[in-house]
Unconditional design. Sequence first.
Length: 329
Amino acid sequence: MKTLITLDYELFFGSHSGTAESCMLKPTNKLLELLDKHDVKATFYVDIGYLSRADELKCDQASTDAVKEQLRNLSEQGHDLQLHIHPHWEKAKWDNGYWSFDLSYYKLSDFTEKKASEIVLKYANKLESVAKVRANSYRAGGWCIQPFEHFSSALFQAGIKVDSTVFTDGVNLSEVQGFDFRGSPRLSHWKFQEDPLIPNKEGPFTELPISSSIVSPLFFWRFALIKKFAGIKYKAFGDGTAAKMSGAQLKRLLTKKSRTVASIDGYKSILLDKFRKDAFREYGDSANLVLIGHPKSLTEHSLEQLGRYLSKHKKDDYMTVSQWYKQYE
């Protein structure tokens, strides 16, 4: 089975941003120790807006210098660096050693089409200037890729070929983080034009969806208990706080079956075998198991789970998004 380990490389966006040291640098190094043992390369979707804003404001420079060095090392070691955009960085402020955010600008669609396009091109160029590689894949921050036509021409101009944002029937209708993937194609991948939910063989973009599975409310009740009462082994490496989940979304997770992305983060890592099994059941030999994670949300427990998984399924075909696209193209 083709397996892609992808990570959104970023800080937190709640009341406390956390530090690059704890959210990005240290957990990434811990992950690399594990991946190196198994000779596996990962794809990092870099939230480049952080570096762009810090350089504009000339702040947090010791941290951003270390991040830039880590990104260059990742690229030199054969890992994939791709474009991840959280546009609220455009309005971010540096206060007393931490970042504060205006989440009314969380989505590219919260900006005018002209400004959204400028952000896409600025961030694509920034990633290239930092890491000396040109991204060919994009993942929307917070899965907020709709409406895609609001900035699609800029992604095309930036050289983006592959999007990896959509997951089957994913939905979040909160005011800040709105996306609706209900009715998305039940395909392992597809070409599209202006809407990632509508296949178009003549389209310039390819959707490589994040894998996902249906879980019961019981899973999230256990998740909540682990988070509250478990020991250090289950504590995330990151030192920030996430943006709050809406009450409606939390209620839905705790009362109804829901679809969750195939994640290597935290407690969700216990589902890795289920994610693989479900992907194979649905797509067979053509399955792409696209796993998602965040260095900030990794734990000692999740790395143990990932290590066991890699040992158990060492014959699987592990690859980066760029490697996958070369095969697909």
